[in-house]
Design a protein around this ligand. Structure first.
Ligand code: URP
Ligand code: ZN
Ligand code: ZN
Ligand code: ZN
Length: 468
């Protein structure tokens, strides 16, 4: 099967060009300059005139079916990857979980069992280490060499759940420094946060907004700085700070980067658009919709502005969603009367490509930087490049035809995620995902879905090609 995506403006990290993109089977085989004329008669043609043609989005941070807070994230690999496809994301990297006391490989096998045969788009895994000991350190080597899992997430937050202490973190970093893996860090001082949480509850401060108030920016900054120091001691182990939300944390990342360190960070759309006051502080229990960690930050401070600037300067390399949806009914409601029992997470895997495109419309990012932060850099950072993340001959034909003249209105009534609310209800984007192609197959076109569960393949990743 050949497919020609005709006359669109192809956007890559280093520039744009009007081109016909020729696809044979699952691969891009050529970018042809239409002004020279060619006589190709493909099996299928997609008119992309007046539209952008970008590499399929790569969401490097999702949690499908994650058991958390006494329940489990409401999107399965089936529903979550289908919603991702609708939104122009053609690859996710989800977090497999080793629970404390569990064998790492068993945790990975459990994640394969959840995903296998259920995904609509391609997928890969990072590994959450819930317990760092001699066995799990050995397992890190095995996952890197045999399993295509080359990044490991550790938590400085959630004591008693996923938490690692500084000694455990250092040992994992030393191991990663040897085997080439990336250490990903949830950087919040969970021990101090737990004290603040207990004190707030004791004072009767139980509304959702206290979730944010008890997780101050200073404790994200402190943990970020500590992670950076530990990585330095581990001979500059590559470090990737996940879901960075606070200006003060970004400062530490910027400083490390200015010193030439292998320190990277992502942020998420929720921190660019939503705030402590307007969302988490909504009346009654409504704010539970936006309980996530790190928390939404105050609109009276400069966080969102600084995050956009960080995206421009590459102190923030990637926008991921941290997609971890919970319904209000029976899930977020577990925390009625006690914010600390609200399961942490926001769903957004369907809207990242649009929400960051709105940054282009608003003058925050260039078109090239949009593509870089949502597709190209995630591919390079996590060992998927050049198979993914670029519109180029030899790469997988994962393409999105994006219409800058249409609009998207986000709503629970029209989204495809398995959530009974939208964190972005009513938000309008001046752009719209049109056609979505995954490995040469048109899976979304003209508002219709043509994909199917089970077509997504597991991707074994190589080492990061983003290091200095
Ligand atoms: O609130 C969040 N972020 N939930 C998902 C787990 C995590 O910490 O990434
Ligand atoms: Zn986290
Ligand atoms: Zn800098
Ligand atoms: Zn997460």
């Amino acid at each position: 099967m050949s497919l020609l995506v005709k006359g669109g403006t192809v956007v890559g990290p280093t520039g744009t060009q009007v081109a016909d993109v020729l696809v044979e089977g699952e691969k891009i085989v050529a970018l042809l300059d239409p002004s020279f004329g060619h006589s190709i008669t493909p099996d299928q043609m997609i008119d992309a005139a007046g539209k952008y043609v970008i590499p399929g989005g790569i969401d490097a941070h999702t949690h499908m079916e994650l058991p958390f807070g006494g329940t489990a994230a409401s999107d399965t690999f089936d529903t979550g990857t289908r919603a991702a496809a609708w939104g122009g994301t053609t690859t996710i990297i989800d977090f497999a979980v080793q629970r404390t006391g569990e064998v790492v490989q068993d945790g990975l096998a459990a994640w394969h069992a959840k995903a296998d045969g259920n995904c609509h788009i391609d997928y890969a895994f990072h590994m959450i280490l819930g317990g760092v000991d001699d066995d799990s350190l050995k397992a890190m080597d095995q996952l890197v060499s045999d399993e295509g899992v080359t990044s490991f997430k550790l938590f400085m937050a959630y004591p008693g759940v996923f938490y690692s202490d500084d000694g455990q973190i250092l040992r994992a970093m030393q191991t990663a420094r040897e085997n080439g893996a990336m250490v990903m860090m949830h950087a919040e001082n969970g021990i101090a946060i737990d004290v603040l949480v207990q004190q707030a509850i004791a004072r009767g401060e139980t509304d959702p907004i206290y979730h944010g108030i008890t997780r101050p920016a200073a404790l994200e900054a402190e943990a970020t700085n500590r992670a950076i120091a530990l990585a330095e001691v581990a001979r500059d182990c590559p470090l990737y700070i996940v879901h960075l939300s606070a200006s003060q944390a970004l400062e530490h990342v910027a400083q490390a980067r200015d010193a030439g360190r292998n320190v990277f960070a992502e942020t998420c759309p929720q921190y660019l658009y939503l705030t402590l006051e307007d969302q988490l502080g909504a009346p009654g229990f409504e704010g539970a919709k936006w309980v996530c960690s790190t928390p939404l930050r105050s609109k009276h401070e400069s966080h969102a502005k600084d995050l956009w600037k960080g995206l421009r300067s590459n102190d923030l390399a990637i926008v991921s969603t941290d997609h971890c949806p919970f319904c209000m009914k029976d899930q977020k409601e577990l925390g009625l009367g006690d914010f600390s029992k609200i399961p942490n997470g926001i769903g957004g895997v369907e809207h990242r490509v649009d929400l960051i495109y709105q940054g282009v419309v608003d003058g925050q990012l260039s078109l090239e930087r949009w593509v870089e932060t949502i597709a190209t850099t995630p591919a390079r950072m996590f060992g998927l490049y050049p198979r993914k993340g670029i519109v180029a001959p030899g790469s997988d034909a994962d393409l999105v035809v994006y219409d800058p003249n249409a609009t998207t209105r986000i709503s629970v009534d029209t989204h495809h995620m398995n959530m009974d609310y939208s964190a972005y209800e009513g938000v309008e984007i001046k752009g719209r995902v049109g056609t979505v192609i995954s490995r040469g197959e048109v899976i979304v076109a003209d508002g219709n879905y043509h994909g199917r569960k089970g077509r997504g393949k597991f991707l074994e990743r190589g080492l990061s090609s983003y290091l200095v």
